[in-house]
Design a protein around this ligand. Structure first.
Ligand code: G4P
Length: 541
């Protein structure tokens, strides 16, 4: 296959949703279609254990939530699909946001009984800012749902997103009888099957077919006909260009657990979503950086290889105690053993241990194309956001940074084990599980950790214990806001600065000054009293 054809068949996406909307169930069904597993239940057989192919951490199993993002790759209908799993819990949104930098499209799963929920809104915002095409799946139609028209209204009013339904539900809850495909004008009838492990049997017919007419009660039939007339008359016509620019979302309805409407969704999504698009390379000219680069778009068919690291994970499996950097390929062809430049250090690196990952399992990758995600094993020098390339003028800056909202001091209660504790903490900080700062007046031996949500601290403790056999002690710190301060002579002696009680000072790992605030009020007071000290949400580069 030509390079152009290889790139054109790539589809790299993530599923975004509020917890419990059905993301795991949908993932499981997609894998079924991709023949990636024999029975969809293998991903998450809830009756026996809460474990999925992408849920590999013990903590995830214990809590039944998905914490770490992995990549599931499968072929379907000629497409090479990379499905990036994102953690659903709100504390892990930082990790999720990073994953979203590596995708070309997103599938938004909504519980049709609940409409647009908080976490979906946050994740949607990230996708919108990046102009990522978004496809919507209204799930759980086998249960009583909101009125489907009201669901579309919510997409418009809450998310400001124009919608165009491709698939329309015929009733909901006990009267859910199937879906209508507005493109082919065909009805797909739904039969309830216990267990939902297999594909629900489907009959295809016309809306006025006696079989359909017989299935739908008069009320549902009239309602559906009215809704469809309304959509045909006053709804937004499907606009592929708007969809591919993230301005319109095609909407599908179905039931993931019953495996109903999933094939229609997968087919429509793969057809209308975009193959890998060019990425922006930024201008970099900083002391110590190997070579100045200028801003430009790097075409996906650029023969030079390039990609960026969006996630690092160590000790994914006790069987493989090592460190994996996840690289999204942006241009050129990846070949095992190729030598690339690690842009941040300027070093030449041979990529010999590259893997395709499937939950816990891994397989050596000999070649890969733009859109693919590969796991690079070893390489302790790689960090999140780093560019690897054979063209030294390419440098990506794709990874967003997020303000921390919770803070804790971590220390080692067991001084005999200092080495393990330090090695473990250093690794987890490198992975970006949490951030660390030097706080003035920190308790002796304690490191200040900052995170977006408190569960991240638990993960640090849990991983220190299970992977490094190192105990740790966590003490909450009182701040909720962190700002970077522009360098200023007054910061050399912060006790001379007028601040409200509870405000503290420190530095980040690059020695940039930071200020820590217990709440909004103390921040406003600081700004008012110290106009000469300029604060920023991000480090000043
Ligand atoms: P998440 O990854 O987004 O958090 O959601 P997940 O797939 O784990 O689904 C959350 C719950 O919703 C699960 O129930 C799942 O079975 C159920 N669910 C998913 N899709 C549908 C659907 O189309 N219809 C209905 N009625 N339910 C659906 P659970 O109680 O957590 O697990 P289980 O014991 O039912 O398996």
């Amino acid at each position: 296959m030509s390079p152009a054809a290889e790139i054109a068949r790539r589809r790299t996406f993530a599923i975004i949703s509020h917890p419990d909307a059905g993301k795991t169930t949908l993932t499981e069904k997609f894998l079924l279609y991709g023949n990636a597993i024999h029975l969809a239940g293998a991903v998450k057989d809830r009756k026996n254990q809460r474990a999925t192919a992408s849920d590999w951490m013990e903590l995830e199993k214990q809590r039944g939530i998905s914490i770490s993002s992995t990549v599931l790759q499968f072929d379907y209908n000629g497409c090479a699909v990379n499905l990036l799993d994102t953690p659903g819990h709100k504390d892990f949104s930082e990790d999720t946001y990073r994953v979203l930098t590596a995708v070309d499209a997103a599938l938004m799963v909504i519980d049709a009984a609940k409409g647009v929920e908080a976490q979906t809104r946050k994740l949607f915002e990230v996708c919108r800012r990046r102009g990522v095409p978004i496809f919507t799946f209204m799930n759980k139609c086998d249960r009583p749902t909101m009125n489907p028209i009201a669901l579309l209204d919510e997409l418009e009013s809450v998310l400001g997103l124009q919608s165009s339904p491709v698939i329309w539900p015929l009733g909901n809850g006990p009267s859910f009888k199937g879906v209508f495909d507005r493109r082919t004008r065909e009805v797909h009838l739904f039969e309830r099957v216990p267990g939902g492990k297999f594909q629900a049997p489907v009959n295809v017919a016309d809306l006025n077919d006696p079989l359909v007419r017989e299935k739908l009660d008069d009320y549902t039939f009239d309602q559906v006909r009215e809704q469809l007339e309304m959509l045909d008359g006053a709804g937004h016509p499907f606009d592929l260009n708007a969809v591919q620019h993230g301005q319109q979302t095609p909407v599908y309805f179905g039931s993931a657990v019953n495996n109903f409407g999933i094939q229609l969704l997968l087919d429509g999504f793969l057809k209308d979503s975009v193959p890998p698009a060019p990425r922006k390379s930024v201008t970099i000219s900083v002391p110590g950086f190997p070579q100045p680069t200028t801003a430009r778009e790097v075409p996906v068919d650029d023969p030079k290889f390039s990609g960026f690291i969006f996630k690092i994970q160590a000790n994914m499996d006790a069987k493989h105690r090592d460190r994996i950097a996840f690289l999204r390929i942006c241009s050129g062809k990846f070949e095992r053993d190729m030598v690339v430049t690690h842009q941040r250090t300027g070093k030449q690196v041979r990529l010999s241990s590259s893997h395709k990952l499937f939950g816990r399992d891994r397989e050596t990758v000999d070649e890969a194309w733009p859109g693919d995600v590969i796991g690079l094993v070893g390489h302790s020098e790689f960090g999140i956001g780093d560019t690897l390339t054979t063209d030294r003028s390419i440098c990506y800056d794709e990874i967003p940074r997020f303000p921390s909202e919770v803070f804790s001091y971590i220390s080692n209660p067991n001084t005999g084990d200092a080495k393990k504790y330090r090695a473990g903490l250093e690794q987890l900080l490198q992975e970006g599980v949490v951030q660390s700062f030097n706080a003035r007046n920190a308790p002796p031996g304690a490191t200040l950790l900052a995170a977006v949500g408190p569960l991240q601290f638990e993960v640090v403790q849990w991983r220190l214990q299970s992977e490094y056999n190192a105990e740790s002690k966590l003490v909450p710190a009182p701040w909720t806001l962190l700002k970077w301060a522009e360098p200023h002579p007054a910061l050399k002696n912060p006790s001379s600065i007028v601040v409200a009680q509870g405000v503290s000072f420190g530095t980040d790992k690059f020695d940039n000054p930071i200020v820590l605030f217990p709440n909004d009020w103390t921040l406003r007071y600081f700004i008012e009293k110290n106009p000469e000290l300029k604060l920023h949400d991000m480090p000043i580069e």
